[in-house]
Design a binder for this molecule. Structure first.
Ligand SMILES: Nc1ncnc2c1ncn2[C@@H]1O[C@H](COP(=O)(O)OP(=O)(O)OP(=O)(O)O)[C@@H](O)[C@H]1O
Ligand SMILES: [Mg+2]
Length: 223
């Protein structure tokens, strides 16, 4: 049995006031077919819901900490929605990484949201991978991979950890809703534990390829 972690971008769940139920149905079907050999821990970002709330809080002059707290609550809403989509009979919600790594011993799928202000759900995903000995982490976002900053149409096929960390550092203001595909802490933790990262978009064929160890259209990050 292999533990695999998925960092599911919030914008994949909720964007522009809508929820992508079709994607979640597809995800449920695909993961359901892979449960004989794998268990999954899925962290969910806040996406469009978080954006809506954080922008309103900004108008009230809320602190960065308060905005992160609000954003975190939206990640729980998304995680609980993903649990509903994947089936509560085979999926549980964990409120911490420690709880997730305990639950995964006898639950096929564990979902998580944020765990504390200042820490992104990508970082939660890597911490979950470290704690449950997962060596593979799939990041799913609206962007199909990591692109070259100088040419957004060029998606890297593979990168090493150093390159990912330097790209993440150059784009990290550490504010709620800041925009790089994977944050610095998550990138550094993945590097220290040699966790292979796969960045893909919402085409579930790519997720199938990652799980089968085949090439996909996104980006692989390793040593
Ligand atoms: N070099 C890059 N390669 C890929 N995406 C990049 C790059 N630089 C910046 N980005 C931005 O990163 C964003 C994707 O990650 P982001 O974490 O914002 O989305 P998400 O994970 O779906 O949402 P959430 O943070 O709510 O979970 C996109 O807006 C993309 O434009
Ligand atoms: Mg993301």
């Amino acid at each position: 049995m292999k533990n695999i972690v998925i960092s599911l971008g919030g914008s994949v769940v909720s964007a522009d006031g809508g929820i992508d139920t079709k994607f979640l149905e597809g995800l449920s079907k695909l993961l359901g077919q892979r449960l004989r050999d794998n268990r999954f821990a899925i962290t969910c970002g806040g996406g469009g819901t978080s954006k809506l709330y954080v922008e309103a809080a900004r108008k009230f002059g809320a602190s960065e900490y308060a905005k992160d707290e609000i954003a975190m609550a939206t990640t729980w809403a998304n995680a609980l929605l993903v649990k509903a989509a994947l089936g509560p009979d085979r999926c549980s919600f964990a409120g911490s990484v420690a709880e997730a790594s305990n639950m995964i011993k006898d639950t096929p799928i564990v979902v998580l949201g944020g765990i504390m202000p200042g820490i992104t759900t990508d970082t939660v995903a890597v911490l979950a991978a470290e704690s449950m000995g997962a060596k593979l982490l799939v990041n799913i976002s609206r962007v199909g991979g990591i692109y070259d900053q100088a040419n957004k149409r060029k998606v890297f096929q593979s990168l090493n950890y150093n390159k990912l960390v330097s790209m993440a550092i150059s784009k990290d203001p550490r504010r709620a809703r800041s925009n790089f595909i994977f944050d610095v802490i998550a990138s550094k933790l993945a590097a220290r534990s040699g966790i292979e990262l796969h960045f893909i978009g919402t085409d579930l064929h790519d997720l199938g390829c990652v799980l089968d160890g085949e090439r996909h259209t996104g980006t692989v990050v390793k040593a």
